[in-house]
Every structure is written in structure tokens, then in C-alpha cells.
Ligand binder design. Structure first.
Ligand SMILES: NC(=O)c1ccc[n+]([C@@H]2O[C@H](COP(=O)([O-])OP(=O)(O)OC[C@H]3O[C@@H](n4cnc5c(N)ncnc54)[C@H](OP(=O)(O)O)[C@@H]3O)[C@@H](O)[C@H]2O)c1
Length: 315
């Protein structure tokens, strides 16, 4: 059981008011924690004001704080830390991360005596906030360097309401490598690629894009929700026997040895740091290839079909 008094007794600064930052600041405040928001002027700072905070420039907000949550994009976190956080960080302060990327890949060097705590909610900030408001929580992964700070990680996770779901102990490295792998191989990379390839297979065979979209893409949410709530076997218990039988035949054929080999290569790039180096270099160059991929996504056949079917849904 986490000890709420650890976080309730400290002054916490949330740096960055984006996806995670907003949810952390609001949940912590609702739990009674003294929260200051540190943000550059821009969308995040405006939003923080709308939510009743009085955001300060990062350097000023960090001054004297005992707990500093760094909720900035991973690829720029190291530079902002060196320029804005480190100069006014109090000796003995603790840094909180929602993902271990910058620590594991050495983008940031905490000063002597400053500990690092990982509290990584398993889900986007919107879910973290919505579940909290509904009286529930989403799970979080916890780690600490040095390990003696683990109770602080648990207490911060209590502040987010994640103790209402599940707290899982890990290490910075395990969380980072598994998180990157999961999003690349399944959640954001593999699963959409699978749905798009199936959609294209039907369209190339002469079927209507609308029907192909509804069958191969639109229903992903329903099945994903089933898998998340009752597991793979539970999902299969709840579908027709025809669908279940077909799934045993074709699933392992589509995701066969070639896919497993691709997964092993992706994992190796993550573990060796090759992926992180490439991503940081892309970010420093102004993200030209990322923007090109985004544009290709926007003008794809699958996206045009989605817009025709559901013209009022947001981009
Ligand atoms: N998103 C998720 O689902 C998720 C889930 C778990 C963990 N995480 C982790 O949470 C952390 C934060 O990610 P996020 O998705 O919340 O980021 P985000 O939504 O992109 O928010 C970034 C915030 O940082 C500010 N910012 C960006 N560049 C800055 C700079 N150079 N100087 C000062 N402020 C800057 C932005 O300010 P403006 O508003 O002015 O642009 C914004 O407030 C990361 O470590 C991420 O891996 C994210």
C-alpha cells in the first residue's frame, strides 16, 4: 500500500502541461498535493490557467521544489533539463519521469544526490484523468534510482489515482524497452499496419473500400476492448465459433516466422540504442521524415475511406 503522506508533504512541480502533465497536475491537486505548474508560454500554459493554475516559467517553478515531474516530449527532455531545470534544482530533490527514455539513453544526467523516480501510467493522459474523475484509475509502472526512492514513486502514483487500478514494480530499462517495443510491434505500428494491409487486400481484390474498412478497421476497437477486459481466450469465447475457428487457422499464418523475426530485429534496435539515436537525430533535424510519414498517412486510401464513412469524426 502506498504511503500518501510522502507526496502530500512535499512541494511538487509539474513541468510541461501536455498530455501527461495536465492529468498529473489535476489528479495530484485533487488528491490534496501542493502542485505548481512550470511551463513555457504557449498552449500548455494557457490550458493550465484555464484549469486554475498559475503557471510559472520552468526555472522559477523548479526553484526550491522537492519533487519535479518532467513531463516533456522525450526527445527534447534532456535539453530542457540542462537549460531550465538543472540550474535551479534543489540538492536532494527527486525527479519524476513518466517514461524512462531520457534516463536509459543518457539524454539527461541528474546532478549528484538527485534521485530519479519512474511513475509510468499505462495509458494516455486523457484516460488517466477521465478514470480518476470517475473514481477509478489506470495501472502504473514504478521504478526508482536509487531503489530507496520506491516509496516516493508509490506515493506519487497514489496522487495520480493509479493505486486504484494496479501498481507494478519494474526498472527504468525494462519499462523503456518494453514500452517502445509494445508501441512499435503492436499498438501503434503492428496493429494499424495489419489492419491497413487487410483493408488493401480486400480493395485490391475488388471489394468496396467502405465494406473493407468496416470489416478490417472499424471493428478493431470492439475486439481490442474485449482483449483488454477479458484476455485473448476470453475474447475468443465471446465471438462466433466460425470466427474463432478461422482465427486459429489464419492468425499464426499472417503473423508467422517472418513477423517474429521482424519483431526480434525491432527489439534489438531498441536494446542497442540504435532506435533512440535515430529518433533523437530526426528530432534535432526538425522531424522531416516524421512529417513526410504523417502526410502520407493523411492522404492514404484508408484515410479517405474513413473520411467518407465518418465525415464528422475529428482528424
Ligand atoms: N502521451 C502518452 O500517452 C504518454 C503515456 C505515458 C507516458 N508518457 C510520457 O510522458 C512524458 C510527456 O509526454 P506527453 O505525451 O505528455 O508530451 P506532450 O503532450 O507532447 O506535452 C509536452 C509538453 O511539453 C511542453 N514542451 C515541449 N517542448 C518544450 C520545450 N522545448 N520547452 C518547454 N516546454 C516544452 C509542451 O508545451 P506547449 O504546450 O507550449 O507545446 C507541452 O506542454 C514523456 O516522457 C512521455 O513518454 C506519455
Amino acid at each position: 500500500m502506498p504511503d500518501p503522506s510522502l507526496i502530500l508533504g512535499r512541494r511538487v512541480v509539474v513541468v510541461g502541461y501536455g498530455n501527461q502533465g495536465r492529468a498529473h497536475a489535476l489528479n495530484l491537486r485533487d488528491r490534496g498535493v501542493a502542485v505548481t505548474v512550470g511551463a513555457r508560454e504557449g498552449r500548455g500554459a494557457e490550458r493550465a490557467r484555464e484549469d486554475g493554475f498559475d503557471p510559472k516559467p520552468i526555472r522559477q517553478a523548479v526553484d526550491g521544489a522537492q519533487v519535479v515531474a518532467l513531463l516533456l516530449p522525450d526527445e527534447s527532455l534532456g535539453k530542457v533539463f540542462a537549460a531550465e531545470v538543472a540550474p535551479s534544482l534543489a540538492p536532494g530533490a527527486s525527479l519524476v519521469f513518466a517514461h524512462g527514455f531520457s534516463v536509459v539513453y543518457g539524454l539527461l544526467e541528474p546532478p549528484e544526490g538527485v534521485g530519479c523516480v519512474l511513475v509510468s501510467p499505462v495509458g494516455p493522459g486523457t484516460a488517466l484523468r477521465e478514470e480518476f474523475v470517475a473514481g477509478r484509475g489506470i495501472p502504473a509502472m514504478l521504478a526508482a534510482q536509487p531503489e530507496g526512492l520506491l516509496p516516493l514513486a508509490g506515493s506519487y502514483a497514489w496522487g495520480l489515482g493509479c493505486d486504484r487500478a494496479r501498481l507494478v514494480e519494474t526498472t527504468f530499462r525494462e519499462e523503456t524497452e518494453c514500452d517502445l517495443f509494445g508501441e512499435q510491434a503492436v499498438l501503434c505500428g503492428g496493429m494499424p499496419a495489419l489492419a491497413e494491409a487487410a483493408f488493401e487486400t480486400l480493395v485490391e481484390a475488388g471489394f468496396s473500400p467502405e465494406v473493407a474498412y468496416l470489416e478490417c478497421v472499424h471493428q478493431v476497437r470492439l475486439l481490442a476492448e474485449l482483449v483488454a477486459s477479458v484476455g485473448v481466450a476470453g475474447m475468443r469465447k465471446r465471438i462466433s465459433d466460425t470466427a474463432e475457428w478461422g482465427s486459429y487457422q489464419v492468425g499464426p499464418e499472417v503473423v508467422g516466422e517472418a513477423s517474429r523475426e521482424a519483431m526480434r530485429r525491432a527489439l534489438e534496435r531498441i536494446r542497442s540504442g540504435e532506435f533512440a539515436r535515430g529518433w533523437v537525430a530526426e528530432a534535432e533535424a526538425g522531424k522531416p521524415r516524421l512529417l513526410a510519414f504523417r502526410e502520407a498517412d493523411r492522404s492514404s486510401r484508408i484515410e479517405a475511406t474513413r473520411r467518407r464513412l465518418f465525415p464528422t469524426t475529428p482528424e
